[in-house]
Design a protein around this ligand. Structure first.
Ligand code: FE2
Length: 365
C-alpha cells in the first residue's frame, strides 16, 4: 500500500556522483577504533578526542566513515558527493521546496569536508551533499600497507523504510535509477536497489520500520579478501561479529559478508557486482519467494538481519521516530510457519523439510 506520494519538486535535483561517507555515532570510540582500524584495517586520516575519520585504500577524499563519540548509537549523516559546488544551490532549493529542514555550512559540518548542505529528507533520513573536500593520498599502490582483507572503496548505504515504492519514487526524483528489486505477485515491493555511480547501487531501500539505517558497505577487490576477514575474526575470537554470510547474493550478484560493530551498526563487506551505467540497463526483479534472491546458494537469512537496524538522527541530533511497515514483511512471507520459498519455480517437489520456510529457529542447530 503506497501512501501519498512525495511531490516532485519543480526545481532540478542536485547532480549526485556517489555515496561518499557515513557519519556514525558510537558509544565507545576506543572500542569502535579497535573494530574499524585494528580488525577491518580502515585507514585513519585524522582523529581527535571525540571523532575518527577513516578511509578505504583507493579513496582520495578525506574520509568514507566518521566515528563520533555519543551517548546512543545512531547515524548522523548519509553523505553524497555532488558534481560541482553549484549543485549545493540545487540541493538547497530542492529540499526547501519540499518543506524539509535544510542547513548549509560554508565550513562544512565535519573535518575535511568543505561547504555542505545537510537536510532531513521527506522520508526522515539525514542526508548531506558536498563537493569541496580535502584530498589525501590514494593508497591504491601501497601494497606494503594492504591487509589480506583490505577494504578498497565505500560501495553503498542501505536504508530501512516502511513504504518502499514511496521511497523509491522520491529517490528517482533525486536522480537515482533502480537496478534491481524484490516483489511478489500481488505487487508488493519488499526492497529496491538504486544507483548514481554505475554499479548496482549507492543506496537501497529495505522494507521495515523506519527511517533506520540497515547497513553501510565497503568493497574488497576479490572474494578471498572477504574470506580472510572471516578467518581473522575467528582467530581473534570475534566470530560473534559475523551476522550473516559469507555468501553470494542473488540480488546484485555480489559476494558478501555482514558484520555488526561494537554498537550493533551493521557493516557489509561486498565485492564483484556488475556495471550498470548504460541508460537502458535492464532492471532485475526478483520474486520474494525465490529462495536464491538474497543468497544465491539458498543459505538462510537470519531473522536479526530483517528486524534490526540503526536509529537515524535529525539535524538537531535527536532520534527520528519510526513508523511500522503495513505491507507484508519479507521475513513473514519467507520464514517460518507462515512463509514459503522455492528453489525451482513451478517445481512440484517441495523443499526438503529442514529447509522449508528458508529458516526456522532451531533448524540451524
Ligand atoms: Fe548491501
Amino acid at each position: 500500500m503506497t501512501e501519498k506520494r512525495i511531490p516532485t519538486p519543480s526545481v532540478p535535483a542536485p547532480d549526485i556522483l556517489r555515496c561518499a561517507y557515513m557519519e556514525l555515532v558510537v558509544t565507545d570510540l576506543a572500542r569502535s577504533r579497535d573494530f574499524y582500524v585494528d580488525v577491518l584495517n580502515l585507514v585513519v586520516t585524522a582523529e581527535d578526542d571525540d571523532s575518527i575519520y577513516l578511509r578505504s585504500m583507493e579513496e582520495f577524499i578525506h574520509h568514507n566513515l566518521v566515528l563520533r563519540q555519543g551517548e546512543q548509537p545512531a547515524v548522523a549523516a548519509f553523505s553524497y558527493r555532488v558534481r560541482s559546488p553549484q549543485e549545493l544551490d540545487k540541493a538547497e532549493a530542492f529540499y526547501t521546496e519540499l518543506g524539509c529542514e535544510v542547513r548549509r555550512s560554508k565550513e562544512g559540518f565535519v573535518r575535511g569536508i568543505g561547504e555542505s548542505v545537510r537536510v532531513q529528507d521527506p522520508l526522515g533520513f539525514p542526508l548531506e551533499f558536498f563537493y569541496e573536500v580535502d584530498h589525501v593520498e590514494r593508497l591504491a599502490w601501497r601494497y606494503d600497507l594492504y591487509s589480506p582483507g583490505a577494504l578498497v572503496r565505500l560501495d553503498h548505504f542501505n536504508q530501512v523504510f516502511p513504504d518502499v515504492p514511496k521511497a523509491v519514487a522520491h529517490m528517482e526524483d533525486l536522480g537515482f535509477r533502480v537496478t534491481e528489486d524484490i516483489q511478489d505477485d500481488q505487487g508488493t515491493t519488499y526492497a529496491a536497489w538504486m544507483r548514481r555511480k554505475p554499479t548496482v547501487h549507492d543506496t537501497a531501500m529495505t522494507g521495515g520500520a523506519g527511517p533506520r539505517m540497515h547497513h553501510v558497505a565497503f568493497a574488497t577487490h576479490e572474494k578471498h579478501n572477504i574470506l580472510a576477514i572471516c578467518d581473522k575474526l575467528g582467530a581473534l575470537r570475534l566470530s560473534d561479529r559475523i551476522e550473516r554470510g559469507p555468501g553470494r547474493h542473488g540480488v546484485s550478484n555480489a559476494f558478501y559478508l555482514y558484520l555488526r560493530d561494537p554498537d550493533g551498526h551493521r557493516v557489509e563487506i561486498y565485492t564483484q557486482d556488475y556495471y550498470t551505467g548504460d541508460p537502458d540497463n535492464p532492471v532485475v526483479t526478483w520474486d520474494v519467494h525465490d529462495n536464491q534472491r538474497r543468497d544465491w546458494w539458498g543459505n538462510p537469512v537470519v531473522p536479526s538481519w530483517y528486524t534490526e537496524a540503526s536509529t537515524v538522527l535529525d539535524l538537531e541530533g535527536n532520534p527520528v521516530p519510526t513508523t511500522d511497515r503495513t505491507d507484508s514483511s519479507e521475513m513473514d512471507v519467507t520464514i517460518g510457519a507462515d512463509g514459503f520459498s522455492y528453489t525451482r519455480k513451478g517445481d512440484d517437489d517441495s523443499m526438503p523439510e529442514w529447509k522449508q520456510g528458508e529458516y526456522k529457529l532451531g533448524n540451524q542447530l
